[in-house]
Design a protein around this ligand. Structure first.
Ligand SMILES: *Cc1c(COP(=O)(O)O)cnc(C)c1O
Length: 414
């Protein structure tokens, strides 16, 4: 096979390691657990440490197993470089810590993964101002931008209410203003959507979710798409300006975010994620079609008060989702009508499992107000449009008939 050819999404992931030559002809990249690395001689050790020769320094900053996964995620996102982290939050935290300084301002979507929201609160305590806006309309983002705005941060499909950010127009706005645009692509994955296509400079993926896909390993990644001109970013330290500007951002994040904070991906987890990633496209096709069928069934049921899924025509961002996404993904949420107890309903489900992960092969359900959004209280939930009966569903790859039967039966009360 010729490495120069442009293979499709799945072919690329499946054969990427092998085409680069794997030790002993092994078809999986081996799990390298060594923390330290040997060199031909002491001069080579020095030149690897000085970045004059390629090579590994110390396990916290990467190893061959991690590099192989980074290369795969990088190809999926069509980036110029990717770093992996212990978790999705590790990746997000490393970006915030390595790129922002006291006095900076950030515009963030108000519809965020709960822990990212909590992390912004921490960042605010460190002197970074954050404006939370309804990012489904670019006008709200534009109105919040100031002279100090360094970053605009959004998720593609927000969890749990599935609002879709005005991704393309926000990208155009950031480009005009020279602002770094960061997109958390976890809910769509690079198979459904590439944030690079709308001008994102950095892309985050929680590999824990659909990319790993089996709920058996934590991981996160950060991809530099090559779109952002780092010479316009005021917070790059002189140390990381030695190479061309295209490399400044990732060099600083690798050192300040990964090396200094140390949320490094474990090689065993990288292996699980790399194996899971081989079937990402197949699983996303299946979970998307299952989710669309389930959302349609729930919407037609008189016991259901509301269904939130970008694949439904009734969804406020159905148009932009159809325009930008390959399909609509595995996340949906719905509200039961008054008088139906959501715990009783969940207890009647036989296949869908009450649990808090997303992007698993198995369908998982969670009563949002009583669990992941419990801490914030009823008032804040109401302000975010989170109904007390809201149930989030991470749709799995079960046979569609079995899945629909399970929900229909639980609604019937059987
Ligand atoms: C889960 C998730 C994260 C965090 O990922 P972890 O691997 O659990 O730390 C970040 N963003 C989104 C959108 C997520 O769903």
């Amino acid at each position: 096979m010729n490495d120069k050819k442009n293979y499709g999404f799945t072919t690329t992931i499946l054969h990427n390691d092998r085409l680069k030559g794997i030790e002993h002809g092994s078809l999986h990249k081996p799990i390298h657990t060594s923390v330290a690395f040997g060199y031909a001689d002491a001069r080579q050790l020095a030149s690897v440490f000085q970045g004059k020769e390629p090579g590994f320094r110390y396990g916290r900053q990467g190893n061959p197993t991690i590099s192989a996964l980074e290369d795969k995620v990088n190809k999926m996102e069509q980036g110029v470089g990717t770093l992996c982290f212990a978790t999705g939050m590790g990746a997000i935290g490393a970006v915030f810590q390595s790129l922002l300084r006291a006095g900076d301002h950030v515009v963030s979507s108000a519809f965020l993964f709960g822990n990212t929201n909590s992390l912004w609160q921490t960042t605010m305590g460190q002197g970074v101002a954050v404006s939370f806006v309804d990012a489904t309309d670019v006008a709200n983002v534009a109105a919040a931008i100031t002279e100090q705005t360094r970053v605009v941060f959004v998720e593609t499909v927000a969890n749990p209410r599935t609002q879709v950010a005005d991704l393309r127009r926000i990208g155009e706005l950031c480009q005009q203003r020279g602002i770094l645009y960061i997109v958390d692509n976890t809910m769509t994955t690079p198979y459904l959507f590439r944030p690079k296509s709308v001008g994102a400079g950095l892309v985050i993926n929680a590999l824990t979710k659909s990319i790993g896909g089996h709920g058996n390993a934590l991981g996160g990644s950060l991809t530099d798409t090559g779109v952002y001109d780092w010479s316009r970013f005021p917070n790059i330290y002189e140390n990381y300006k030695k190479a061309a500007p295209a490399q400044w951002g990732l060099a600083q994040i690798r050192a300040k975010g990964l090396r200094d904070f140390g949320a490094s991906l474990a090689p065993e987890a990288a292996h699980h994620i790399a194996v899971g990633a081989e079937t990402l496209a197949l699983r996303m096709e299946r979970t998307s079609s299952n989710a669309l069928a389930l959302a349609g069934m729930l919407e037609a049921d008189e016991r259901v008060a509301a269904v939130h899924y970008p694949g439904l025509k009734s969804h406020p961002q159905h148009g932009i989702s159809t325009e930008l996404f390959h399909s609509y993904g595995s996340l949906l949420s719905f509200e039961l009508k008054d008088g139906i107890d959501c715990f009783d309903f969940l207890n009647r489900l036989k296949l869908a499992i009450p649990a808090s992960n997303l992007g698993d092969t198995r369908t998982l359900v969670i009563p949002v107000a009583h669990t992941i959004f419990y801490e914030m209280g009823a008032e804040r939930r109401a302000s975010m449009g989170i109904a007390e009966s809201l149930i989030r569903v991470s749709v799995g790859i079960e046979d569609a008939d079995d899945l629909l039967d399970d929900f229909a039966c639980a609604l019937e009360g059987c």
